[in-house]
Design a protein around this ligand. Structure first.
Ligand SMILES: [Fe+2]
Ligand SMILES: [Fe+2]
Length: 168
């Protein structure tokens, strides 16, 4: 436990930060698995470019989980130890890809990113000026989630446009 590192927190309790980070940690694992399995079951037009994007996002979400776990440990906390806790702690819902259609998968993934953007912008507000290290981590993750949303939205629009042209 980094005692000096914890003593620099101003006006926020380390346990409060740990609790918030564990919720985001659960979100990241569920997001990782959602991308992982979507990339396996997806079907339909232009699916290869979408698979590449989903795999990249899965890797990013796993990296985010690592960043958060390391911060929880620095603060003297314990990252969630059992996968069953992911559902009870998560802020965002898990979108089961029961419909493997490419546009449906993209739509679910976009919803997930929008929830993540909400969560990390709240975490940035809460930690700003109070816990500089956590603020830096959540800001950097927030920038990734904004980029994820944009990439998925662009793919969604390209594929919708392609389908429209095909119909004409
Ligand atoms: Fe993430
Ligand atoms: Fe993301």
């Amino acid at each position: 436990m980094a005692r000096k590192g914890i003593s620099i927190l101003k006006g926020i309790d380390a346990n409060e930060v740990i609790a918030l980070l564990n919720k985001a940690y659960a979100d990241e694992w569920l997001a990782y698995y959602q991308y992982y399995i979507e990339s396996k079951v997806i079907k339909g037009i232009m699916k290869d470019s979408v698979v590449a994007e989903l795999d990249q996002h899965a890797a990013d979400e796993l990296r985010h989980a690592t960043m958060i776990a390391e911060r929880i440990l620095q603060l003297g906390g314990t990252p969630l130890l059992h996968p069953k806790d992911w559902f009870s702690y998560a802020n965002c819902s898990y979108e089961t890809p029961t419909n493997p259609d490419v546009l449906n998968i993209l739509d679910q993934a976009i919803k997930g990113e929008q929830c993540a953007i909400d969560i990390y912008s709240k975490l940035a507000e809460i930690t700003q000026g109070k816990d500089i290290v956590t603020y830096d981590i959540v800001s950097s993750i927030l920038a990734d989630e904004v980029e994820h949303e944009e990439d998925l939205q662009a793919l969604y629009e390209d594929i919708s446009e392609f389908i429209e042209q095909f119909k004409r």
